[in-house]
Design a protein around this ligand. Sequence first.
Ligand code: GAR
Length: 196
Amino acid sequence: MRRLKLAILISGRGSNMEALLKAIAADLDFPATPVLVASNKPDAPGLEIADAADVPTVALDHRDYGKDRAAFEKELDDELRRSGTEIIALAGFMRVLTPWFVSRWEGRMINIHPSLLPKYKGLDTHQRALDAGDSEAGCTVHWVNSGVDDGEIIAQARVPILRGDTEDTLAARTLIAEHMLFPEALKIACAKILKR
Ligand code: GAR
């Protein structure tokens, strides 16, 4: 069975990355195999989780490149090519990518976002859902295009907003849904690429 070589990009905790690695380890038929975890922050806790799972890691500190986003992305792109990456999962990767990078990976890059897109693109999604008085929130996995949190939706999961919810309680409930949704959405994305 053909498995796509998967790179996961993170910036921090890495719980969604861990959910992907666990789902892949638990399923012999999973259509992807991890070849690289890359972080734009050298102190991202997720890097240790990836190390412990024996997945190669690379940390490229975006601050070393100052305002030169292109140089940072060129280096990242080189690492991805060296690893043989065929599909990228953005798992809490908090850098906006330039059109150059997106066009190089378009159709092969997915992102998880903690809202029911198209609602609440960008940051502070949980607080914005609470402020709006919404009765439900959720998460979305989508193909990445050159807009921010804007590409075609692959899958979504909904969670209720409960009386007394705070940003933290809603984020925690949504995160559980993210961890279930992301592996399923990755499978769908892999199937689409493999069919091409
Ligand atoms: C997750 O909630 C993810 O959806 C969000 O960052 C968190 C990362 O947590 N991503 C975005 O907001 C991207 N726009 P994690 O590092 O534990 O996976």
